[in-house]
Design a protein around this ligand. Structure first.
Ligand code: AMP
Ligand code: MG
Length: 331
């Protein structure tokens, strides 16, 4: 079976085509266009307009790149949520139009679960990981327990990526600020005290953001602030991930989401895994960022395990929680 998936939860519009070979996922094509606001954060309507402008071409290009014909597609899937309403609706509308045109079934999927499944689907030994999902809007520690992907820990306020981007905006770094903060942090080394907020396995960043902005206003060296933000937030993320691993007795950890690109975060989580005798996994970059292939893959898993969706039920859900999904494709 071949599935075409459309991702459109936030700033990225992506179209991926995948195929199932035995139990693994073969990515045949995976194209992404990213909306960059001229200033400030993501404006949902403008991002949706961007997606509407590119989606038709992306679908055509993706099919061409996959060296298939449109009628070879057996299933169309899309990101049902969570995300920004206008962006989700644009991706879902494109998916409905394609499903009706090709007369092929449609499947709406959970974006966060897709981040986890693409790791399991494409990494050889990744079978039952704890996922540390760190993106712009989302920060969650997710693992499988009793028929569902459960959120063992998550941010109580903003996502880690948003925290980095908001700090970047205050100090004049372009969006997305995460990569720039990473580069500045390499030149820092003087650790500044910042609030370290963990409640059980949950975490919070807004206090740390305010304190970091205060350091900046007090003319503290930017490189040292960036270094301290990374050391503090990443240590907290690693700590809650380790706690979830201990709690669930799992011995694999997987990274997903845009912030997973950060070498310092990768190093901390890898070291924690090593010390526990656990395995560390990160998919390739094009699969850990928001992308259509992960949406296509989860669509296939759901369809092949008996799920069906009618066009009239293919509404989006901005607050689609990870643990609302009935995981029918694994034990
Ligand atoms: P996503 O929402 O998953 O697409 O991820 C986007 C987020 O990842 C933005 O907040 C970026 O600032 C952040 N990001 C991207 N690259 C890096 C990096 N190297 N270090 C830290 N954050 C990053
Ligand atoms: Mg994401």
């Amino acid at each position: 079976m071949i599935c075409l998936g459309i991702e459109g939860t936030a700033h990225s519009i992506g179209v991926g085509i995948v195929q199932q070979i035995k139990n693994k996922c073969r990515v045949i094509s995976n194209l992404i266009k990213i909306y960059k606001p001229e200033q400030g954060g993501i404006h949902p309507r403008e991002a949706a307009n961007h997606h509407a402008m590119y989606i038709a071409d992306l679908i055509m290009e993706s099919i061409k790149k996959a060296k298939i014909e449109a009628y070879n597609i057996d299933l169309v899937s899309f990101s049902k949520g969570p995300g920004l309403g206008p962006c989700l609706r644009t991706a879902a509308t494109a998916a409905r139009a394609l499903s009706l045109t090709l007369d092929k079934p449609i499947m709406g999927v959970n974006h966060c679960v897709a981040h986890l499944e693409i790791g399991r689907g494409t990494i050889e030994n990744c079978k039952d990981p704890v996922l540390l999902y760190t993106s712009g809007a989302n920060t969650q520690v997710i693992a499988f327990a009793e028929g569902r992907y459960r959120v063992f820990g998550e941010t109580l306020d903003i996502g880690i990526g948003n925290c980095l981007d908001k700090f970047g905006r205050t100090v004049g770094l372009d969006f997305p600020a995460g990569p720039k903060i990473e580069q500045l942090a390499i030149k820092g080394g003087n650790y500044l005290d910042l609030p370290y907020t963990i409640k059980g396995m949950d975490i919070a960043f807004s206090g740390l953001l305010t304190a970091s902005e205060q350091y900046y206003r007090n003319n503290i060296r930017l490189e040292d602030i960036c270094y301290s933000i990374q050391e503090t937030t990443f240590a907290a993320l690693t700590e809650v991930t380790e706690r979830a691993m201990a709690h669930t007795e799992k011995n694999e950890v997987l990274l997903g989401g845009g912030v997973a690109a950060n070498k310092r975060l990768q190093d901390m989580v890898r070291k924690m895994a090593l010390e526990r005798g656990a395995s560390f996994y990160a998919p390739s970059k094009d699969l850990w960022i928001d992308n259509g292939a992960m949406i296509a893959w989860l669509g296939l898993l759901m369809y092949n395990s008996g799920n069906r969706m009618k066009i009239k039920d293919s509404m989006i859900n901005q607050r689609f929680r990870t643990d609302m999904v009935d995981v029918t494709w694994r034990e």
